[in-house]
Ligand binder design. Sequence first.
Ligand code: HEM
Length: 537
Amino acid sequence: MEPVLRILSSMNLLSSAAVLALVSAIFLAAAGLWFSQRNILPFPPGPSPEPVLGHYRLISENAPFRQYARWSKEYKSDVLFFWTFGTKWVVLNSVAAAVELLEKRGLNYADRPRFVMFEEMGWGPTMTWLRWGSKYKLHRRALQPPFTRSRVGEYAGLQQREALRCCLGMLDRPDDWLGAVRRFAVAVVLKIAYGLDIDGPDSPWLKMAEDTSEAVGKSGAPASSIMDRFPPARYLPDWLPFMERLRYARAWRPAIEKITREPFEASLKAMSSGTGGESFVHTKMRTWAKNQQNGLASEFDLDDIQGAAATIVIAGNDTTAATLMLLVLYLMQNPLVQRRAQEEIDCVVGRDRLPTWSDLPGLQYVNLVLQETYRMNPLSPLGVPHASIADDVYRGMFIARGTIVYPNVWAMCHDETVYKDPFVFRPERYLPRDKGGDDEPLPVGNFGFGRRNCIGKHLAENGLLIVLSTLLATANIGWPLGEDGKPAPFEPEWSFRGQAIVLPFKASITSRSAESRALLEKKLAMMSATAQELGSQ
Ligand code: HEM
């Protein structure tokens, strides 16, 4: 027996040793490959870091996208590398790099970094900030279908009615034209998400949405605060001089919690009393309630429904309002563009009716005005950052797993090798040469790249186009009048902390004609009556 045991144990030893040797070999090979890749392959270039802090102090909080674009030229590389406190990030300054990494190799770049500052601000399960994984996929599966190109037509009536109301509001109260724009943006997503209406300028939902825009719009580029770079910093006292963003996050926390909770509760209340229209919350709650009744677990629980509905409002309201502000600004600054777009509407639609849904594809120049607006000022100049899931090599440069990736959409949209006079607003640039254009490519990246691209693009674009074309058909937009009664041009103010937004400004907004105004009123009355009859959107 003893010899057998000895043989067995020696076999055990042998096989253990073999397994150990094999595991070690695999580990060494993998480590060797990683190290050899790292040693052989350089990280992308970039400015020299400081000891310990790396690039932390080198990146400006104001308009960092301009700095990255300058470095891209200086280091002759469309991909730049930075690090601080062990966090690595790369900035992609060309469409080619963004398409190759974020789209063609999209699965490897479908993650997001952890947004520690936003956690501190109190965001619940909001899809935009979720890491790649089962929770994220669950939210994308729930949120994407209602906003596909083929399904957004379901909101056409709602968007058109709100567009008419928006244009009438701008004409009636030109001093508060921004109020009408904000109302449009909130009304559409609030109805879709919760089935709730805005019942006047004092609606609490307007104030709530405005607070959230303020909180998000000026919170700095996502994942770039000291807490994001060095998470333990969130536990430091916020009175320290370099902790402004922690102070900011804590100050805005109540507003974020409010927008996540209150419309959801109001929607549930409306649902139980049988009021309010159909909505995302209604659909999801019905499934959840049915599962409860049948004793089944729900994959998408109450927290998820609440978080996903808030995502629609937060991601969809502010972005739409900010783009409409840009449209008003560029039309005011470019009267010839405005005239040409109005001529197109007069020619395609005529002056005895207003543009409708089916007219939009035929309004080529109006569509290009929107594209040029996207290009001139991408709202998220550094996108929403993605993060890499595994090590990668791009054109001989090493990109380690877990690297944060910022597409510099601003640099792509202002690349002089692609766009002639990139700082000039010229929608004609996209027209073919035989139609007097420069055949330049439409901008890409304003709605993101790859698997994390914006789910609301089609909804947003339809809404922007219907407001733009209705406004062009019914109003003239010009510089505000000075004390001498003459147009008084001015330089608008901007905020480049986080999103790139134009700050509120004055404009002169007047009716094109008594007839066009009457058309607005008549059509709004007609559409509101129909909506009331249908008791829905
Ligand atoms: C002009 C309007 C809009 C602009 C410029 C815009 C822009 C963006 C950008 C740049 C991203 C990041 C994409 C990426 O990481 O690659 C994004 C993501 C997102 N957008 Fe929009 N957006 C707009 C409107 C909307 C609307 C109306 C909705 C809601 C229906 C919406 C919902 C979302 C969501 C949920 C995400 C996160 C996607 C994900 O992480 O998988 N957006 N958007």
